[in-house]
Design a protein around this ligand. Sequence first.
Ligand code: DX5
Ligand code: ZN
Length: 222
Amino acid sequence: MEPWIAPSILAADFTRLGEEVRAVLEAGADTIHFDVMDNHYVPNLSIGPLVLQSLRKSGITAHVDAHLMVKPVDRLVGDFIDAGADLISVHPESTEHLHRTLTMMRDAGVKTGLVFNPSSPIDVLSEVLDCVDLVLVMSVNPGFGGQSFIPSSLTKLARIRAIIDQADHDIRLQIDGGIKVDNIGAAAAAGADTFVAGTAIFGSDDYAATIRAMRDAIARAD
Ligand code: DX5
Ligand code: ZN
């Protein structure tokens, strides 16, 4: 699968959000990673469906991957479907009935993502493999940008890669948290094909150069 770079807009300048999204897309981003936090499931508050609606209204048609760190999650899944998300990722801990939540997205024609925190067991993945289009491995505890990559995420990536390779449909493997030019290759070597990066991209002076350096590091890991 072609590697995807997914800038997390959590690290963007929110006073110029539309411009920032256009800039990373021009710089070569494959999807926009949209982090949603509720000060309940995670100890921080970010942005909701209204912001995605505004981006869509302003003419941004790019692929958007909404990472929902909210509990309960089902109502917001509906709101993000309506707001125009292409893929929605949920944490198994945020819903009482994971299969129902994933099926709701599939029925609406939206791709599904399943997210594992550093301490989350992954056994549920096998139970819902048929309903999953992307698995997201958190390489930090969710809630904040700018944290350090947790190295044990690499073994988790490799374990999940072995499971999704057995599926009879394509499933992306995304890594999120503390991804930089100097560790993205290790994540790729462990099996990731979709790379979220907030601080590393939006904190750099040249978005295109950073994304290019990330792609080079991924290619070297092959
Ligand atoms: C953390 C978020 C991440 C985060 C990534 O809860 O899910 O997407 O914003 O930011 P960096 O790349 O700065 O770790
Ligand atoms: Zn995220």
